[in-house]
Design a protein around this ligand. Sequence first.
Ligand SMILES: [Zn+2]
Ligand SMILES: [Zn+2]
Length: 276
Amino acid sequence: MGNRKFSAHFWGTRGAVSSPTRQSVKYGGNTSCVEVQCGERTLILDAGTGFRLLGLDLQERKITDLDLFFTHFHYDHICGLPFFAPLYNPECKMRIWSGHLDRDNATRESINDYMVHPFFPVGPEVFKAKIEHKDFSAGEDLAPGDNIEIKTCALNHPGGATGYRINFDGRSFCYITDTEHNADKMDETILQLIEGADMMIYDATYSDSEYPNFIDFGHSTWEQGIRLCKAANVDKFGLFHHRPSRTDEKLDSIVQEAKLEFPGSFATLDGLKIEL
Ligand SMILES: [Zn+2]
Ligand SMILES: [Zn+2]
């Protein structure tokens, strides 16, 4: 194999709504978007507000062949889509994947329904890129080519969401966000998906002490992320989908606590780039 590069670049790490404040300069305020490079291929996970910045960067790097994988279409994961420069470039080829709705045309229809009056001024017909919509059903394996193997699972979230595991060149990266745990037992589907992975990015919206106030909101805790990593022998744990109210100071103290509990813990932040 030629290019063995495998990296994750975080463009947006907040959950729910963007939160750019003077108290969140270090971790950033953009919502979900992660770029994963596998050799020459560029995979993108979610299109939150961080997606706009990624688009400008890809334009500069002249990368025009892209795969975008949605966990689901809640606003914090899709709102960057119309602001992504490569979509207005006729040279760009983009495959857009989603698996949580489990029906034909779900990907195309959801984007159409999102860019519609009275919520948005123009529809997706303004895009110039060659777009291919790829529907799958969460739990299926995906083979986007170039020796990239993607495993998926259904997450526990209102309206559904998809968890991803990307295997490339003997390494593995898991992206598990927007999922609610059950306080009494671990999610077997997630455990199976992440078993032995090098890294898991996980929905750390709440802490265990906050969670009882947010049951059925569809999110999890950083402590649950650690329990999953320990049970499934995952090496590194990236806290993700930070609550908008989390200041830099608060996140610093959470990471410190998490590291004591599980040394492989770190907080994802806007602009962070990791070689896998
Ligand atoms: Zn979210
Ligand atoms: Zn959501």
